[in-house]
Design a protein around this ligand. Structure first.
Ligand SMILES: O=C[C@H](O)[C@H](O)COP(=O)(O)O
Ligand SMILES: C=C(OP(=O)(O)O)C(=O)O
Length: 359
């Protein structure tokens, strides 16, 4: 007897599947130049050395909350390169190059997801634009940092990235922890949106372990990915609903929690997000407070994250309206200005020199 085949019970809420070119095709189209690859490797090694305490400089992860206009972000990168060169004795400067935005509910999800800022979600173009941007910044001589939000994206861009974040909204996600265990760069796990630092510590432990999970390979095929574990996973403090956690008490407590778990006690503090209430003026105050803690000899603040762009503040992006945007101003969280960036990085460099001079 032949069984009657049922109607498929899947994809009831899927409008369309659009195949993407495999990662290998984009890498062939936009290969890493020797100059860019050298910067990526140097950045990864320097960040790992700062985290372990071998390199006594301070890690600075700075740049726009998100890249929405690659030309403006590249303009920023040119300025940052000059500043990073001047402060190179005291700081390891890495540019925030964030193309994937996690949203609390809904909103623009970043350049990869919606590169034309119009709701068309041309992800193929977004991946190409992100890769081109990373190449351009690498060739300028600056290492890059990003948040990795989708487990498929890294195959398209990760060879050009020196530091990656697992964000507050995904730090508890097994998928992201497994992903981090196979990444080639140091990965920072943010505390959860509620402020729970244990989630970040647990993330670091899972990322440090070998993992086997489902992913894609360079040819875009579904694959069983077996990893060896990431030796450079660390905690990033970003505050949470329970309040900010950049002060000396919370920093020491988080460091002790990491050390007790066998994770590096040295960590990165994010001056933005829930540590500043997303207020760029408050963020500058938090950065000055961190400079004070560093100058006073804090042994555990390995790095500081800052959100900065050419023009201070933020502007609303309405993907349906196509209103002209202010050049060099964030369309996601508020950033402080280029002028404030110069002042704050100079203060942080001075603070770190003082910490080192005191031994
Ligand atoms: O870093 C950016 C934002 O804080 C994050 O993407 C969440 O933004 P939302 O709360 O505006 O969605
Ligand atoms: C989304 C970000 O941070 P968090 O995960 O801390 O909210 C970010 O750094 O852009």
């Amino acid at each position: 007897m032949t069984a009657t085949i049922a109607e498929p019970a899947t994809d009831r809420h899927v409008r369309q599947f659009e195949p993407l070119s495999p990662p290998s095709q984009l890498l062939d189209e936009l290969p890493a130049s020797v100059a860019a690859a050298t910067v990526v490797e140097r950045g990864r090694a320097e960040i790992a050395d700062v985290l372990s305490g071998v390199d006594h400089r301070l890690l600075i992860i700075v740049g726009p909350c998100s890249v929405h206009d690659p030309a403006a972000a590249l303009d920023y990168a040119h300025r940052l390169r000059g500043l990073a060169d001047r402060l190179n004795d005291d700081l390891v400067v890495v540019m925030r190059s964030y193309f994937e935005k996690p949203r609390t509910t809904v909103g623009w999800k970043g350049l990869i997801n919606d590169p034309h800022l119009d709701g068309s979600h041309d992800i193929a173009a977004g991946l190409r634009m992100a890769r081109q941007f990373l190449l351009d910044v690498g060739e300028l001589g600056l290492p890059t940092a990003t948040e990795l939000l989708e487990p498929i994206t890294p195959q398209y861009v990760a060879d050009l990235i020196s530091w990656a974040a697992i964000g507050a909204r995904t730090t508890e996600s097994q998928i992201h922890r497994q992903l981090a265990s196979g990444l080639s760069m140091p990965v920072g796990f943010k505390n959860g949106t509620d402020g729970d630092v244990q989630l970040a510590v647990d993330g670091c432990l899972a990322a440090a372990a070998p993992q086997s999970f489902l992913g894609i390979d360079g040819s875009g095929r579904a694959a069983l990915v077996r990893t060896t574990g990431n030796p450079d996973a660390h905690v990033v403090l970003r505050g949470g609903r329970s309040g900010p956690n950049y002060g000396p008490g919370p920093v020491a407590a988080a460091s002790a929690l990491a050390a007790d778990a066998g994770i590096t006690p040295r960590l990165v503090v994010d001056a933005s997000h829930a540590n500043s209430g997303k207020d760029h003026l408050r963020q500058a105050e938090v950065a000055r407070d961190l400079a004070g803690q560093i100058a006073d000899g804090s042994p555990v603040i390995a790095g500081v994250m800052l959100e900065s762009f050419l023009v201070e503040g933020s502007q609303a992006l309405d993907v349906t309206a196509r209103r002209p945007l202010t050049y060099g101003q964030s369309v996601t969280d508020a950033c402080f200005s280029w002028e404030t960036t110069e002042d704050l990085l100079t203060d942080l460099a001075t603070a770190n020199r003082k910490r080192n001079a005191a031994g």
